[in-house]
Design a binder for this molecule. Structure first.
Ligand code: G3H
Ligand code: 13P
Ligand code: ZN
Length: 342
C-alpha cells in the first residue's frame, strides 16, 4: 500500500485506545529495523525524519528508501512524518517530497531554540494546516516548550513556565485546526532527561490528564519519550562508552498517557543506544572484523528488538490489518468537506 496519512493512523488508534510509536530514522538499517518489527508484531508504523535526517540522507535517498519499505511491507500502514519542522518552508518542501505528515514546531522560532510567541505559533501552524490539508497531509503542532523541570530552565525559561498551559492548548487547537498536538510536560530530547526516576514533580502527567480533559477528542503527542533503559546504558558502557547515569520516561507513564489521549509517542534516543551498544560490542569482541555488515546487522537486530517491544507496550501491535488506507486525495476531500474534525 502507498504511504498513508498520519491522521488516519491516529484516528484508528483513538478508536482502538492504543498509542503509536513514532521512530526517527536517518538510514536504511533504521528503516528496515522498524519495518521488520512492524511485520513481526503486525503494527501500523510512523517513521519520522528530522531536518538533520533529511540533510544527512540528502532527502531523496530517505524518501526512496521509504517507498521501498511500502513495496517490501505492503501489508503495513506506514506514515512518513517530518519531525520538528522549523518553518512553513521546511514543511512545504517535505510535502512536495512526499511526506504524508508534517510537524510545524512553531513553539520555537526558526532557529529551533528560541521560544516563540503564541501569535507566531498560531500563524505559522495555521498556514501549514491550510497548505497540508489541501493535499490530505496531516499536521502536528506544538504548544509549550520541551525541557526539563529539574534544572529550572527548560527551553531557556524559568521553572514550570515552559510547560503547556491547558487553556492555551484549547485556544491553539481551535485557532489552528491541526490534527495532533504535542505538549510539554517536563520531558526533553536526548539521553539526559532526569537525574533520578521521575516523580510527579518532574514529569507532569497530571498536566497531561488536565489537557486531555479539556481536549478529549484531540490526538496528543509525547516527545522526548525514550525510556533510556538501564540495560542499554550498561551495554554501551561495558564496551567502552561513557554515558553518565540518567533516567528516561518510564514505559508505565507512557501507558498512563495512552489511557489519557496520547496517540503518538516519539522515540529516537533508545534506538540510538541500542544501535551503538550492538556496534560497540562487535568492535570489542571481534577487533579483527572490518566488514560493515558484521556490525550493522547486529545493530539492526538490536533496534528491531527494541521497536517491537515498544510496539507491544504502546498497544499498536496486532492492528496493521484493521483498516483500509484512505488515499491522500481522499483525505483532502474529507478535510474540504469537513468530514475530518479539526
Ligand atoms: O527531535 C529530536 C530527534 O531525536 C531528532 O534528532 O535532530 O539529531 O536528528 P536530530
Ligand atoms: P527522545 O530523545 O526521547 O528519543 O525523543 C525523540 C523525539 O522527541 C523526537 O521528536
Ligand atoms: Zn521531539
Amino acid at each position: 500500500m502507498p504511504l498513508v496519512s498520519m491522521r488516519q493512523v491516529l484516528d484508528e488508534a483513538s478508536k482502538g485506545g492504543y498509542g503509536v510509536g513514532a521512530f526517527n530514522v536517518n538510514n536504511m538499517e533504521q528503516i528496515q529495523s522498524i519495518m521488520e518489527a512492524a511485520r513481526e508484531t503486525n503494527s501500523p508504523v510512523i517513521v519520522q525524519a528530522s531536518r538533520g535526517a533529511r540533510s544527512y540522507s540528502q532527502d531523496r535517498f530517505l524518501y526512496h528508501l521509504m517507498i521501498a519499505a511500502t513495496e517490501v511491507y505492503p501489508e503495513i500502514p506506514t506514515v512518513l512524518h517530518l519531525d520538528h519542522g522549523n518553518s512553513v518552508e521546511t514543511c512545504q518542501s517535505a510535502i512536495e517530497m512526499g511526506f504524508t505528515s508534517v510537524m510545524m514546531d512553531g513553539s520555537l522560532m526558526p532557529d529551533g531554540k528560541t521560544p516563540s510567541s503564541f501569535e507566531y505559533n498560531v500563524k505559522t501552524t495555521r498556514e501549514v494546516v491550510e497548505m497540508a490539508h489541501a493535499k490530505g497531509v496531516t499536521v502536528e503542532g506544538e504548544i509549550g516548550c520541551l525541557g526539563g523541570i529539574e534544572d529550572g530552565h527548560g527551553a531557556g525559561l524559568d521553572g514550570l513556565s515552559h510547560l503547556t498551559d491547558p487553556d492555551q492548548a484549547v485556544a491553539f487547537v481551535k485557532q489552528t485546526g491541526l490534527d495532533a498536538l504535542a505538549i510539554a510536560i517536563g520531558t526533553s530530547h536526548g539521553a539526559y532527561k532526569f537525574s533520578k526516576k521521575p516523580t510527579g514533580e518532574t514529569l507532569k502527567m497530571d498536566r497531561l490528564i488536565e489537557i486531555h480533559k479539556q481536549l478529549p477528542n484531540v490526538h496528543l503527542v509525547m516527545h522526548g519519550s525514550s525510556s533510556v533503559p538501564q540495560d542499554l546504558q550498561d551495554i554501551v558502557n561495558q564496551y567502552g562508552g561513557k554515558l553518565k547515569p540518567t533516567w528516561g520516561v518510564p514505559v508505565e507513564e507512557i501507558q498512563l498517557g495512552i489511557r489519557n489521549g496520547v496517540r503518538k509517542i516519539n522515540v529516537d534516543t533508545d534506538n540510538r543506544l541500542a544501535i551503538t551498544g550492538a556496534i560497540r560490542k562487535v568492535f570489542a569482541d571481534k577487533p579483527e572484523e572490518f566488514d560493515p555488515r558484521s556490525y550493522l546487522k547486529p545493530a539492526r537486530e538490536a533496534m528491531k528488538k527494541l521497536v517491537a517491544l515498544r510496539m507491544t507496550q504502546f498497544g499498536q501491535a496486532g492492528h496493521a490489518g484493521d483498516y483500509k488506507p484512505v488515499s491522500l486525495a481522499g483525505m483532502a476531500e474529507k478535510y474540504a468537506g469537513d468530514a475530518v474534525s479539526v
